[in-house]
Unconditional design. Structure first.
Length: 608
């Protein structure tokens, strides 16, 4: 991990590579490097730190000249984030230069074999094994070598290779880690994601697993793992490069928080017609919906929090049993999946390795796969039976905001669709819910106006060492998300708990002055949550209550109050998550953190 770029053409490669790497910064990284073919062969420049550190190094040492090159931003998996472990890596006597995303699972046995063959290793990475292995197989035929490498290694990867005696080509391959080829005139491009090439071209090939791309200045040829040439449709990018710019905001995260009304509108509007939920992408008939056995929801991180909310919403409205699994656990617990089951897969990037593996596990056991994905034509989207795109547009900040909100709204649509098909809500109720959902963008606009208040609230708590979140039901699901947002961008230790669990151990962590967010918007659970608020308040906690605007019961116990408008109970997460996002943002800004690129995190997690 985490970002690959490549260029072959008539122009200087280095500026194109640096520009492409900057467009991939949202994926998270801790070192960067480039390799360029020039008059003195391949020159490699790499360094620990940000791309700005690499640029400074190029100023001092000189920028490599040449019109063919590859670049990489690394998120450390094997070996510390330092100059030595940074990509690109050299293979053999230096004739192979390689960048790689992913993890090679059998790298230890391959390393032992290669050491016995006389290869010397200088880094701690599994990537260097790939470079040496390519050299081991290379006998003048790059396609043959790549095919043999792919048949030998186990794991996930996207890789791009320069070969000293083939200065007019780049060869690349993909398995379980995204890779696209950008098509130009007299030049071609390689990248982990479309924004890296969008400045130069809108025409792309989206590589599938076990496919190889051979790039020259004038052509791109694609092959399968057995070296047979294949042909793919060209994917035309329709969204604008400006969508990946900050647009006047200090951070991408702040921009993406502000974009949520539009995102929710874009996700809902095409799927609500004449007061009914119409999901054209969903092929399930009403009869099939009636016969669903269990819904398995699998996701990671924030998407798992959407899945947790989905369980409450779907079971309540549609009466279908739901199981929610962290994707990284699902495949290893030998889940019981039957042909009558469906699996809802939730992923912003559509490339999350754990989620993709869980999808394949469920599909292999006969479940129908319905995915909720933001990135069009991503791997999860392509491998699903049905895919419902969230239409959130590019999300650049590592911490998700607008994609989370879009996913929530797809869940609402599915729950209503399922409930109507099973005869559990009337046509009148469906129309009521649809009217209310269509008002959500405007209501969220109103919630965003709380920004100044939340900014001041963050100043009050910015020096906190621990923050806790409590809630019940859907409020617990949003507590999980609020806690994650806070910890991932501000680095404050934060945990979320089901409020009823406090007395089973957690309450021992409450000390004088400890901030506790109490999310309490569900009327049926409000009385119980108020009891939990009293419990932490009695032990010295500073309570920030997040409640509906008509609820005043918590006022006498809370130190601070955040009020959101009243909507149907199951729609409340769309409102309560917004102030928690804004609060986390200002906490991170106040602590001087890198909001868009928090340490150690990656946007698209393509390793397990």
């Amino acid at each position: 991990m985490c970002g690959i770029v490549g260029y072959i053409g008539e122009n200087s490669a280095s500026p194109v590579l640096i520009d492409g790497l900057k467009k991939l910064e949202y994926r998270g990284y801790d070192s960067a490097g480039i390799a360029v073919f020039g008059g003195e062969g391949v020159q490699v420049k790499k360094t620990k730190g940000r791309i700005a550190d690499l640029e400074q190094k190029l100023v001092i040492e000189g920028t490599p000249e040449g019109s063919v090159g590859i670049g990489h931003t690394r998120w450390a998996t094997h070996g510390a984030p330092d100059d030595l472990n940074a990509h690109p890596h050299r293979g053999g006597n230096g004739r192979i230069t390689l960048v790689h995303n992913g993890i090679i699972e059998n790298y230890i046995e391959l390393k032992i074999m290669l050491e016995q063959k006389g290869y010397k290793f200088v880094s701690q990475t599994d990537t260097e094994v790939l470079a040496h292995l390519f050299d081991f197989f290379y006998n003048g035929d790059s396609l043959e070598a790549m095919s043999n490498v792919m048949k030998t290694v186990r794991g996930s990867y996207a890789a791009a290779v320069l070969i000293d005696d083939r200065p007019d080509e780049i060869i690349a391959a993909r398995k379980d880690s995204p890779l696209i080829v950008g098509l130009g005139k007299g030049e071609n491009f390689l990248a982990s994601d479309i924004p890296a090439v969008l400045k130069y071209t809108r025409e792309c090939y989206l590589l599938d697993d076990n496919q190889i791309a051979l790039l020259t200045r004038e052509s791109v040829k694609l092959y399968n793992i057995n070296k047979q040439e294949i042909h793919k449709d060209i994917y035309h990018v329709t969204w604008d490069v400006e969508a990946a710019e900050k647009g006047g905001f200090d951070h991408f995260m702040k921009k993406e928080i502000a974009q949520q009304p539009g995102t929710v509108r874009d996700t809902l509007s095409p799927r609500i017609k004449n007061g009914s939920v119409v999901i054209d992408e969903l092929s399930l008939s009403d009869e099939e919906i009636k016969n669903i056995g269990t819904i398995h929801i699998v996701a990671c991180g924030s998407a798992w929090h959407v899945g947790t909310a989905a369980k409450y919403i779907i079971e309540h409205l549609a009466g279908i049993p739901c199981e929610v699994d962290l994707a990284s656990e699902f495949r290893y617990r030998n889940p019981i999946v039957r042909p009558s089951d469906i699996c809802i897969v939730i992923s912003q990037s559509g490339e999350t390795a754990d989620t993709l593996a869980a999808l394949r596990e469920a599909k292999g056991k006969g479940a129908k796969i319905v995915s909720i994905v933001n990135v069009v034509a991503s791997t999860i989207a392509r491998e699903s039976d049905d895919v419902i795109y969230t239409l959130a547009g590019p999300e650049i900040a590592v911490a998700t905001t607008k994609a989370f909100s879009a996913q929530l709204n797809v869940v609402y649509l599915l729950a209503i669709k399922f409930a109507k098909a099973r005869g559990l809500i009337s046509k009148e109720e469906e129309e009521k819910y649809c009217r209310e959902m269509l008002k959500l963008p405007e209501i969220i606009e109103g919630v965003l106006k709380m920004d100044p208040y939340l900014k001041e609230l963050a100043k009050k708590y910015v020096n906190s060492e621990n923050v806790f979140f409590i809630g019940r039901g859907l409020d617990y699901a949003i507590s999980l998300e609020g806690s994650l947002k806070l910890k991932e961008i501000s680095y404050i230790h934060s945990e979320a708990y089901a409020a009823g669990e406090l007395k089973h151990g957690t309450i021992s962590l409450i000390e004088e002055g400890t901030p506790v967010f109490a999310v309490a918007t569900q009327p049926d659970l409000l009385e119980k949550t108020l009891g939990n608020i009293k419990e932490v308040k009695a032990r010295g906690a500073k309570v920030i209550a997040l409640v509906g605007e008509n609820h005043t019961d918590a006022d006498e116990f809370a130190d601070d109050i955040i009020r959101v408008p009243e909507v149907s109970d199951f729609l409340m997460p769309s409102l309560t998550v917004v102030p928690l996002q804004i609060f986390a943002y200002y906490m991170a800004v106040g602590r001087g953190c890198d909001v868009d690129k928090p340490r150690n995190l990656a946007k698209s997690v393509t390793v397990e």
